[in-house]
Design a protein around this ligand. Structure first.
Ligand SMILES: O=C(O)C(=O)c1ccccc1S
Ligand SMILES: [Mn+2]
Length: 263
């Protein structure tokens, strides 16, 4: 099948429902959970604001529109290499300079939902990824690896989503050797259903924030606050992850869509 036939097959699959489009993004608004860092070391992203300019009224009789106060790393969002000091020097490391060919790619979905429910600090390790590959097939270069934890079930409640106690936030994520392994395989990036690509306790790891550190050191990408990964197969989905083209942007809210073989 040539590329023209492939695209024609995709078009007909999209139109007849043979290929489903799954929305992997959370609603974006004032109730969107945002990361809270220790105030003694960092400032946080301010709460999202949506301000009405007009709504078919005397300030705009036929139209409605708003203006937004919105952080780059809000809600379901994309992390570019410039987001972390280890990726700061890549000429194609901001959302407006990344090659758009990277905004559509196959996805590997590793289901850790049972482990995350059992232990909110669960870490997916290199061994865990290799065990998954033995069952589902190898992760190939240029593909996303998405950690399914079903943590999106808490996305409506910031306290539950951040799950913080006196010892810090308790949310699942990857170990350093997990990300090291994925970078050795030249994976495109790593995605999480939690507030960020790292586990909640990642600040205290031997290598702090290993997902951010190692992904962006390798000029690779992150996705955070993903939803509906339970709707995706372990292999076979293609995800669309185009960030806003924010000038010199370190990241962006993103509408992640997954193309999934129909029922
Ligand atoms: O990329 C993020 O939104 C994120 O998770 C983060 C941002 C800044 C500092 C630490 C972290 S852990
Ligand atoms: Mn981020």
């Amino acid at each position: 099948m040539n590329q023209t036939d492939t695209l024609a097959a995709l078009a007909s699959g999209l139109l007849d429902g043979g290929i489903r489009v799954v929305d992997c993004s959370a609603p974006l608004g004032p109730d969107t959970p945002l990361l809270k860092l220790p105030p003694e070391i960092a400032d946080d992203t301010p709460q999202i604001e949506i301000h009405q300019i007009s709504r078919y009224g005397d300030r705009g009789p036929f139209w409605a529109w708003n203006w937004l106060k919105l952080g780059e790393h809000s809600g379901t969002h994309y992390d570019a290499p410039h987001h972390w000091v280890t990726g700061k020097d890549y000429p194609d490391g901001s959302v407006d300079t990344i090659n758009p060919q990277k905004f559509m790619a196959p996805a590997n979905v590793i289901d850790c939902s049972a482990q995350a429910a059992e232990d909110n600090d669960f870490l997916l390790t290199k061994q865990g990824v290799q065990d998954w590959e033995a069952e589902h097939g190898e992760i190939k270069a240029g593909e996303w690896v998405l950690m399914r934890t079903d943590w999106d079930q808490y996305n409506h409640d910031e306290d539950k989503f951040l799950n913080t106690d006196e010892n810090g936030p308790h949310t699942p994520g990857p170990s350093a050797d997990c990300i090291e392994y994925l970078m050795e395989k030249n994976a495109l990036g790593w995605g999480s259903q939690c507030i960020g690509t790292d586990a909640g306790l990642a600040a205290s790891f031997e290598l702090p924030f290993p997902a951010h550190n190692l992904l962006h050191k390798a000029n690779r990408y992150g996705l955070a606050s993903l939803t509906n990964l339970k709707e995706l197969p372990a292999k076979g989905a293609i995800v669309v992850t185009a960030p806003l083209k924010i000038v010199n942007g370190t990241g962006s809210p993103v509408r992640v869509l997954a193309l999934v073989p129909g029922a």
